[in-house]
Ligand binder design. Sequence first.
Ligand code: FO1
Length: 310
Amino acid sequence: MSSGLVVALSGGVGGAKLALGLSRVLSADELLVVANTGDDFEHLGLSICPDIDTLTYVLAGLDNPVTGWGRRDETWSFMETITALGGEDWFRLGDRDLALHVERTKRLAAGHSLSQITGDVCRRLGVGPRVLPMSDDPVRTRVRSDDGWIDFQDYFVRQQCRPVVRQLAFTGVADARPQPEVMAALGGGRVRAVVICPSNPFISIEPILSVPGLRAAIENCGAPVVAVSPIVGGRAVKGPTAKMMQELGLAVSSATVAARYGDLLDGYVVDAAGSGDIKTKVHVAPTLMTTLEDREALARTVLTFAHSLT
Ligand code: FO1
């Protein structure tokens, strides 16, 4: 397969599985992962970046294999004490994970960029590929439910996705500058594929594509754009994707996701033939990633398919 850079767009848990697969079949300098930052929020005075951290931990082999987020081998003394003190304990912060939030908060306050901090953390945790935020400017996903607008983590974690989603907004995105290294990579003529990982299209991928300039840079990077559907067997693998689709009046199908990405896609990987009326070129392959081998196999499938589209 040809050399060149693979740029992967990813949210948290689901997308990180494919990002790991890609990191196993590519050399570190052949993979750039662009992370959604719309899920970021300030909590207990800390700046928390769930999708960046999930990608970092997964690529470092430090992720919690049960939850998919946070770290393995965690202890929970901090949370136990927060609870005992009557503090907010709905968002679980393990002791090791907490150190990252404390250090990032301090460095942000000292004027370091999210990209600089993320790059340093990845180096210290032994992550080979570059993991970069979609922007160093703040973007916050908000959900309008029947009780009004709520912050993303309040919807996703505190209220466990129970509120009905009527509308989504990415506050700050209009003023967010695309991350410069990502733009330089996309404009550098050395991209061999852009991979849209199987994250939730609405809350994880669309914020990335909404950062001014990023979508156009992807469209004009000269390489095929291939997405992997997050819908497997007609259902979302996990998370609120299917529920959101129903609440937004959309069919729960791979075709709906493809339609959301519109003419950005050159190729689309789905788990079953006949996944509805899909305009772009479709490749049918297993997309459920349970094992590490599944992750690597899907990564190879995506890259081979992308290569066939050049
Ligand atoms: N998700 C939960 O469902 N419950 C939690 O308590 C929780 C804590 C948490 C801590 C750090 C982190 O990086 C992620 C965490 N997540 C938790 C996941 C997070 O809310 C989601 O992964 C993303 O925001 C959506 O992909």
